[in-house]
Design a protein around this ligand. Structure first.
Ligand SMILES: [Zn+2]
Length: 334
């Protein structure tokens, strides 16, 4: 049994952390700068981010390595620093974890390459496997407990990531973002993730959803995944309420109380690993910890229950998407 499975068996439900990106922006990271550089240049801030989530009660924290593949890092001319920046990200998380005095899990965050696959773009499947493999090797060597592939959209890219995760010696978690009329930007519905699992070279121990649009949309996706496979270990890492445009920024409407209710609904919907994505701060996470500690799993909610308690769907499924027509593409950050 892996350390992740041991913790799941012991605790039943695990609390993952909150948002890396929006937390670092609050600490002064400028939009357009590679967050991974801060693993080396601003180690105190990265440790402080992790410490905030750990003090709030997180059982799992994710490394600040979401964009740590060579395709993303080449945008800041840092493609040659994959090993260094990923190892530093793991070190910062471990340092913060060591201070807590309790055993916490470290997930090595792996985001998309940011490139489109051929024939839509230039990236080949082999190149994607190679880029993921380079990053994952660095994360595993530095000591992560699990490889955590997130914010995925394209089936091909998920397959490439799972192939890269094969034989790396730690379990794989894979989550997608369903941000476009209930599907990923590339048209995959939540239950499509269950189906894809059989095609993965390395079977993820857990699948699920992160980020996307609103927390309600995310819970709707979780309901579809747990309905398709009630036995699956499912991850829910939703954004903090509903995204709203404020000047040049996207802000999130969720209060700690709302995110506590989101956490209870995620449990009732069948999720076993629950955290927050964009907008979820340490104070939101502390409220989620309290909710998980005091909530007894109850009846499975409907999408209507979710809407009533958390708010409307930002990007509800539409008839065009249901009939197989390609969905409208939304702009979204990782
Ligand atoms: Zn997010």
């Amino acid at each position: 049994m892996s350390k992740l499975e041991e913790h799941l068996a012991e605790k039943g439900i695990l609390l993952a952390d909150g948002a890396t990106g929006t937390t670092l922006f609050d600490m002064g990271l400028q939009s357009g700068d590679a967050p991974e550089l801060w693993n080396v240049d601003e180690p105190d801030k990265i440790r402080a981010m992790h410490k905030g989530f750990l003090d709030a009660g997180a059982d799992i924290i994710l490394t600040n390595t979401f964009g740590g593949n060579k395709h993303r890092l080449k945008l800041s001319n840092d493609a040659h620093r994959v090993r260094e920046l990923n190892a530093a990200g793991v070190d910062r998380a471990r340092e913060a974890a060591a201070e807590t005095g309790r055993e916490v899990l470290i997930g090595g965050s792996v985001g998309p390459t940011g490139e489109l696959f051929q024939p839509l773009g230039a990236l080949t499947y082999e190149e994607a496997v190679e880029a993921f493999s380079e990053q994952m090797e660095a994360l595993v060597e530095a000591g992560v407990d699990v490889l955590w592939v997130e914010t995925m959209s394209a089936a091909e890219e998920m397959k490439a990531a799972s192939e890269a995760a094969k034989d790396k010696g730690v379990p794989l978690i894979l989550t997608a973002s369903f941000d476009t009329a209930g599907r990923t930007m590339m048209g995959l519905p939540p239950k499509g993730l269950n189906d894809l699992r059989a095609e993965f070279s390395c079977t993820p121990v857990a699948i699920g959803s992160n980020c996307g649009v609103g927390a309600s949309d995310l819970l709707a996706a979780i309901l579809e995944i747990t309905e398709a496979d009630p036995e699956a270990i499912v991850v829910a890492k939703g954004n903090c309420g509903i995204p709203q445009i404020s000047g040049k920024d996207l802000i999130y409407s969720g209060t700690p109380d709302l995110m506590a209710d989101y956490a209870r609904l995620a449990v009732d919907a069948g999720a076993r690993i629950i955290g927050g994505c964009c907008g979820t701060s340490a104070s939101h996470l502390a409220a989620m910890r309290g909710a998980l500690d005091s909530h007894e799993k109850t009846d499975r909610p409907s999408v209507e229950d979710v809407i009533e308690r958390i708010g409307p769907l930002v990007s509800p499924p539409n008839k065009a998407a249901e009939s197989g027509e390609s969905p409208r593409r939304n702009r979204r950050r990782g």
